[in-house]
Design a protein around this ligand. Sequence first.
Ligand code: AMP
Length: 394
Amino acid sequence: MSKTVLVINSGSSSIKYALLDPDSGESLASGIVEKIGNPVGTITHKHDGEKFVVEEPVPDHGHGLKEVLRLFEEKGPSLHEANVVAVGHRVVQGGRFFSGPALIDDSVVQTISDLIPLGPLHNPAHLKGINVARELLSEVPHVAVFDTAFFQDLPEEAARYALNREVADKYSIRRYGAHGTSHQFVSQEIAKLTGRDDLKQIVLHLGNGASVSAVVNGHAVDTSMGLTPLEGLMMGSRTGDIDPAAVFHLARVGGMDIEQIDQLFNRESGFKGLVGDNDMREVWKKCEAGDQNAIDAIDIYIHRLLKYVGAYTAVMGGLDALTFTAGIGENDSLVRQRLLDRLAYMGIVYDPKINEIIRDPHPRKISTDDSSVEVFVYPTNEELAIARQAVTFA
Ligand code: AMP
């Protein structure tokens, strides 16, 4: 009988879930509980091509998860019949404690809780999901899979900032990275696809949040997100790299407090702050209509990508494979085209027709045989990556 894993991604007011077969990769059901704590919440459960939506008050995560379990029994698939052998929990911040998945016990819960100062937005929400799931599904192992784990062994020169050592160490300030589950999954899949584990790879995870990693022989050697997911590439609503002195300036001259600056950098910048919209499809529409702000925003986005690809190629002393993934990476052929055209100097050649294929959920190579670097579009699947790691504890 095949085994399945329930994957849970618990946010502050939402719980995303998916039931997967870790061997075949098949998703048997998925869904989301939204607006937890609001007067009316929404639970959307998908199974067998059907979608069930329940609107009702969901006062807390416990109530939300109980409703999800009820929907599994009512609408299917029955979790018992599906042979659930483990629950995998996504955890954003694992600090320096976890370089791989961890079987959740009280001490792991305590460590995730101790890491709240480093992951103030995410870890408290994960803990809510973990605590209720451990209670409601107590008969199977629960496994924490950390977004930071793949970057735990970054070389010191990439992980340490040139910030006063005493202060940095006292406050645990270093590069932890994020999206690690996706970078690890995609880089491993590319190694399988090419039949080589001795690759120098760059993975561009371009979604609403965006990050890039450099991976040598399966090990991450650098990544663009840092202490938090704010650093690095320009994103949907985040600045990415910015001179930290902008913070001093906004405080001294603009009279802004830390919360306002945090909000500005994380939620009101990037495409949202430059164009007014963080969906690339809308940004491109504005470009077509001649909106100069949108045209400039795309130029800034591509410029930043170009800098990171150049820098990471230099860090690795070469590049064998460049892979696009996540919402923009997988679907936006214009972004890929704009970047790849600028990389022609490296000897990168791609097939414009294969690049333009849209809504193709399959991995594909878009470079030509004479390209100096193999270029891929590879759909990320963080749920499957979590399920595969969780099942090893079953
Ligand atoms: P993610 O965070 O990986 O879910 O990516 C979400 C982002 O992908 C959206 O905000 C869009 O900007 C982008 N996206 C999704 N579909 C398309 C598409 N067909 N063309 C361009 N961008 C897309």
